[in-house]
Design a binder for this molecule. Structure first.
Ligand code: BGC
Length: 551
């Protein structure tokens, strides 16, 4: 069989499940959430840069793909020092992306198509062009506005040393020295990321009030949730104590740091949850939280905090049956006590695309995707992974825009290679991305990976995703759930589990992922093959291939 299935037709608006009162019931527990990187999705005005009009025009594609929600990376007014993760005005759209009317129209159209909209909120830091920071600079030391950020005198006889030894995630010290209004060297300010991204001081009530107000602004605009950037970073240890060592990036995600995963962050999310719950329709908060363990991530998802968190432990796992089984178990086990859905993610705008990262080319990427979509909980799809796009590793240095590179955290290299505008058509300027070229050059291979090329081809990756999402929507054993039943009776290197039908129909599903680089013979087919990520015709499961079976 090819990857095709007897799945229901796609293209219809997703059915919204309701509880007894007619209210939607936990839509986010099994949602497939598609990440749009607005710069690189679709360009409506032909300036070479993606925008909201472009996204809006392509919403039918996303509805047809069969996802439940769309998360948009930041589109706010920003000098773009970190591709929009440096926000100058949290209530305005950057002109390069459009305006508030475009945002309103996009949200409305999405809802009509049955898609929910999640926006990115960046509360750890603002842009250095944010009005508060600019005024704080202008007013000089002693200004109450400086307390909204972390300004400190330097150490050393002339204050020429940074106030502590913290390092920026983007490299170098996490502090930059300011100039006083009279031109003399002044205080330093903290920035865990680029110097253009000063960290807010979350001990300051004005900061807390402001973000509660920003939440309400976007909730009133109709958004269905927030992806919370650097959710683990808002609170810093009292007194900003030295780390006492260099090479701090090595510790990221491995231990609680004086600037990451401090317990004080949870109180903030409890207050946000109260706001989210004031609005109808289950508005959600999704934590981007780099923590030392799934158990610490689960703390963000207690019943009175956020709804979901990205599972970076899963993203960082190699294509290896034992390692995958371990991380899947650990992920499910750690979410169970807090009752939150586990999430699964393979790619995003910060990491090497999984087709390249997993090291096995397209076949392995497809197998990994089909495995992910069979797991209990909610899944994230990064734009272009449904086309099987690889990382663009050979961008010339002069076109790169990423200010940073993450070191030693499984995220080697610059991040532009996963941000290249996606191909819609075989030919044309920027393969249909827009009429005016694209801000990062697309490789030649983009033609054959385009939406146009893949649509209707039953062997294409796009049609694999469409089929998988359609089966997932319809099948009683897929989607939400708290556990998998591992099946031991399979050859080494084959990850096999069973999921029980939630509706008592007995239509269980078995997922088998052959993670090895050779075909594996099964003693007997475990059921009726529903969908396969590669050419499965009965007999051996090909190398790097996942098969879904109905039992
Ligand atoms: C975002 C990055 C960004 C950083 C600073 C991250 O977690 O995903 O793209 O550079 O936060 O805002």
């Amino acid at each position: 069989m090819t990857q095709h299935s007897s799945a229901p037709a796609t293209g219809t608006a997703p059915a919204v499940r309701t509880d007894a009162s007619g209210a939607p019931a936990g839509w986010w527990r099994d949602a497939v959430i598609y990440q749009v990187y607005p710069r690189s999705f679709a360009d409506g005005n032909g300036d070479g840069m993606g925008d909201l009009a472009g996204v809006r025009a392509r919403l039918p594609y996303l509805a047809d793909l069969g996802v439940d929600a769309v998360w948009l990376s930041p589109f706010y007014a920003s000098p773009q020092a970190d591709a929009g993760y440096d926000v100058a005005d949290y209530r305005a759209i950057d002109p390069m992306f459009g305006d508030l009317h475009d945002a309103d129209a996009l949200i409305r159209d999405a809802h009509e198509l049955g898609l929910r909209i999640i926006v990115d909120l960046v509360p750890n830091h603002s842009s250095d062009q944010h009005e508060w920071f600019q005024r704080a600079l202008r007013e000089g030391p002693g200004s109450p506005l400086r307390d909204r950020y972390h300004f400190r005198p330097g150490r050393g006889p002339k204050g020429e040393e940074p106030p502590n030894d913290w390092e920026s995630i983007f490299g170098g010290p996490a502090w930059t020295r300011t100039e006083n209004p009279d031109g003399t060297p002044g205080e330093w300010y903290l920035h865990l990321f680029a110097p253009e991204q000063p960290d807010f001081n979350w001990e300051n009530e004005a900061v807390r009030d402001e973000f509660r107000s920003v939440l309400r602004f976007w909730l009133d605009m109709g958004v269905d949730g927030f992806r919370i950037d650097v959710a683990h970073g808002l609170v810093k240890a009292a007194g900003l104590p030295d780390m006492g060592r260099a090479g701090q990036l090595k510790l990221l995600g491995n231990q609680v740091l004086p600037f990451f995963d401090q317990d004080g962050v949870h109180e903030i999310y409890r207050s946000w949850r109260r706001i989210l719950d004031e609005y109808p329709g289950e508005r959600i908060g999704v934590a981007e939280a780099w923590t030392p363990s799934p158990e610490r991530t689960a703390l963000y998802l207690r019943a009175d905090e956020l709804h979901q968190a990205f599972n970076f432990h899963y993203l960082n796992t190699a294509w290896n049956a034992e390692a995958l089984r371990e991380v899947i178990d650990q992920s499910l086990d750690s979410m169970r006590p807090v009752g939150a859905p586990t999430t699964w993610v393979l790619s995003n705008h910060d990491v090497v695309r999984h087709r390249t990262r997993l090291g096995g080319g397209l076949a392995r990427a497809r197998a990994a995707s089909l495995l992910m979509l069979a797991l209990p909980g909610s899944a994230y799809v990064y734009q272009g992974e449904e086309l099987g796009l690889p990382e663009v590793a050979d961008l010339p240095d002069e076109v790169r825009q990423d200010p940073s590179f993450f070191k030693d955290n499984g995220q080697d290299g610059l991040r532009d290679g996963c941000r290249v505008p996606i191909p819609w058509t075989r030919a044309g300027s920027s393969h249909g991305f827009g009429s005016g070229g694209s801000w990062l050059p697309q490789p030649g291979q983009w033609a054959e990976l385009s939406v146009e090329e893949q649509t209707g081809d039953p062997t294409s990756t796009l049609e694999l995703y469409r089929s998988a999402l359609a089966v997932r929507r319809e099948h009683p054993a897929l989607g939400a759930g708290e556990s998998v039943q591992w099946l031991e009776d399979f050859p080494a290197g084959v990850l096999a589990f069973r999921r029980r039908a939630a509706d008592g129909s007995g239509r269980d599903l078995i997922c088998t992922a052959n993670t090895t680089d050779r075909p594996v013979e099964l003693s007997a087919a475990p059921g009726r093959a529903l969908l396969a990520s590669g050419e499965y015709e009965g007999g051996a499961i090909p190398a790097d291939t996942t098969v879904w079976w109905e039992v």
